[in-house]
Structures are given as structure tokens and as C-alpha cells.
Design a protein around this ligand. Sequence first.
Ligand code: NAD
Length: 469
Amino acid sequence: MSPHTVLVSRLRAAWLSGKTRPMEYRVAQLEALGRFLDENKLDILEATALDMRKPPFEVELSEISICRSELNHTLNNLGTWMKDEHVDKNWVTQLDSAFIRKDPYGVVLIIGPWNYPINLLLVPLIGAIAAGNCVVMKPSEISRNVERLVAEMLPRYLDKDCFAVVTAGVEETTRLLENKFDYIFFTGSPSVGRIIMTAAAKHLTPVTLELGGKNPCYVSDSCNVQNVARRVAWGRFFNAGQTCVAPDYVLCSADMQEKLLPALREAITEFYGPNPQESPDFGRIVGDKHFQRVQALLRSGHAAIGGQTDAEARYIAPTVLVGVQQDDPIMEEEIFGPILPILTVTSVDDAIAFINARERPLAIYVFSSCKKVVNRVLEQTSSGGFCANDTIMHITLTSLPFGGIGQSGLGRYHGRSSFDTFSHPRSALLRGAGREAFNTLRYPPYARRCLPLLRATTETKRQAACTLL
Ligand code: NAD
């Protein structure tokens, strides 16, 4: 047996023992996870700085605070979420008990990416623990300092019988995926998402796929240009553009482009100073291969702002491209770097048609002081999430489910949605053992005369429409 198979069997045995089911156990593990975050904060800051020179402010906000918020929200609500949900009954079952039990799936695999390596591993983990599962975590090998930290330190806090970290590259992850898991939660690229779904299909394992894509950002003619520029620049250049929900490109009129360019230049200088390479608040591309890919995208259109690169430092300046054509390479793939192309459209209809002609994105952003414009885009497009007059901020709400649609993913999590994702809604009907006389109506030999009564006691009736209200 391979070591992975041994590990999965060990975790499954622990899960079958019922150890993870009591609320006290789940709370204890979640609190231990909180201690991991508190006691290793400096190491997290150091590891993320080594991997991609992440600014500490960004790490605190996007890695630590988001996990903390999820953790607190889960601990505040777990008792309510875990309760059986009693449901409506028909006449036949009036004296019985019918409810939905939030059952854990069993042994869950969580595979994380490198761009927010703590957040995107631990936020799903919080949901999986809360729902009473055992978990195998597979952090990304690309963010190798965080991978090492998580593999070394996290198991010291969690119950080793039920939670394990596996460090693996592509080859070993392929072997890990040969094992039967009860749920797979994957965050990463659409191409690897397909590989994960294919592997899961062999065991009919349910999956959540949190994928990426190109998030459009429509800027209408009626808006405060300075505010738009700051909010778009922040969303695009946070984590050096390596954010799945970053605005990927701007759509606006030629007039708006004229106004937006100086405002973006001003915002970038305000944020990162005259030379962003010297700013402590601007990150780096995670690896050489990733740097080469993003740098090559600079050949589309021309740089109106930025465009400088330094291969050795894996630095790409905050860049705005204009004159980009729809079929340029930068419009064919997710940019995942600090480059913002602007494409001109003639109207909101033109922007909507542009968006709808492409894969459904993880997020759509609209800037407009006109509610009608915002609502048109909301109603006439489809995406995982939507945010008007800002970027990224919708993901800070634990009350909003987070996930993609179509090419940008499958399933959702955050807050209550995480708990639901990792719970199987098991239908339960607990009937009384007696009162057999009521059942004889449905038994063979069938008597047609019993049918109306049976139907009357089991069938749901259409409610009469009330014309007075
Ligand atoms: P990736 O798909 O290359 O890797 C993700 C994980 O899958 C890593 O742990 C990696 O080791 C593993 N992996 C890679 N190739 C594999 C294979 N052939 N078989 C099995 N496992 C494999 O993604 P990435 O480069 O780490 O992250 C960037 C992508 O993730 C972008 O597309 C981005 O949009 C997306 N992303 C999505 C979200 C979201 O929440 N929707 C969040 C962050 C990143």
C-alpha cells in the first residue's frame, strides 16, 4: 500500500470512530487553528515575504484577518448550523419526525494554490472541520516557504488522527488523487480543475472547484474618475496582480479612457511612489516561469503607464496597457500579474455583449453613479460574484457565498456556505413502530378505492392564488 493510501485509511478509521462529530471536538480544533494563526503570525509574514515579497499589510489583511474572520464567524454560529433542520410533513407522517441532518462527508482532500497560500488552504479547512470531517491538506509546492511552514507547524496544533498535511508536486498529487476521498475541494486553474474533476469522477467523489478567469471591469461615463482609479488600481495591483478576483481588464468609452489614464497614473504614484520597485507595498511575481509568462503579455498593445520589468527580482511594474485588440494574447488568458489592459467600448450594451461573448468570470465589476447602469449589468450578465463601485470587497463578507460559475468554478464557500459545502444534507424520517392500520392502504394487493385517500394524505397541493392581495 502507498503511504497516501495508508494515510487515507487511517483518517477514515478515525472518522468512522465518530471522534469528529461532537461540537466540542470541532470547537477545540477550530480554536487550535486560531492559536496556529496567532502564534505563527511572524513566521507567516516571513514565509510569504520570502515566497513573493508579499507586503506584511497585505498578508495581515488577506491571509490572517480573513481566516480570523471566518474562524470567529464559524465559532459564533456553529451550534445553530449543526442543528437538525425540521421540515414540513404530509398527513401520513404528521406523528413522525422529519429533518435534515448535517452529516460530515468523511475524509476530505483540500488542494490549495500559491497566491494566497494560507487563506486558500485554511478557509476551506475551517468549513471542513466545522462540518465534522477528517482532512488531508495539500498546499501548493510553488509557495514553498509557506508549504514548509504549514507542513511543519500546523500538525502541532491539530489532532493528528484526523488532520494531515501532504507536501506534493504534480506527480505525487496525481498519485494522491488515485485514493478515494469523500469530498475534494480544489482551488487553482481551470486546466488543473479539469484534471481534479476527472480523478474525482473515478470514485464519484463530489467536488468544489474554485477556479480563475478574466474578470471584466466596466467603467461607465458617469462616475468619480479619481475614486474609480484608486479602487481599480488597488484591486489590480494588490499582491502584484496575483489575485483570482482582481479586475482583469477595463472596458470603457474612449472619452473615459482619456480621463482614466491620468487618474490611474496618479493613483499608482500615490500608492507606490515614483518608482514602485522601491515600494515596500508592492509584491513580486512568485516564480521565474510565472514571470516569463506575465512579461510576455506586455507585448499586447502598448504601455501607457509602467511596463518596466526586472527578471532577477521578478518585478513587473504596475502597468496599464492601451491599444489592446480583442484577440491579443493578453485577452486570451487570465493575466494574474500587475497589468491592466483598457479596451474601449461604445456603450453599456457593447460592454455587456463583450462580457457575454466570453467565459463566465469569477467576478464582474461595474463603476457607475447611475443605478440603472449597475442593474443592467447585474441583470444581463452572469458571473460567480458581482461588485459595484469597488473591486474585491465583496469577498470580505462572510455572509456572501464565494465561488465561480462555468469556467470559473463549481460550488461555493465562506461562512455558512463553507459549512454547507462540507456537510451532506442527509434526509431523515423517524417513524413510529406502531400504528400499522394506517399503512395497510398502500400495501398489495392494491385496491383502487384506497388511492384517493392515499393521494390526499401524501400529495402536495398547489396553493390557491389569492387575487385579493
Ligand atoms: P494550479 O492549478 O497550477 O495549482 C493549484 C494546485 O493544484 C497546487 O496545489 C498544485 O500543486 C496542484 N496541481 C497542479 N498541477 C496539478 C496536476 N496536474 N495534478 C494534480 N494537482 C496539480 O494553480 P495555481 O497556479 O497554484 O493558482 C493560480 C490559479 O488559481 C489561477 O487560475 C487563479 O485564478 C486560481 N485561483 C482561484 C481562486 C478562487 O478562489 N477561485 C483563488 C486563487 C487562485
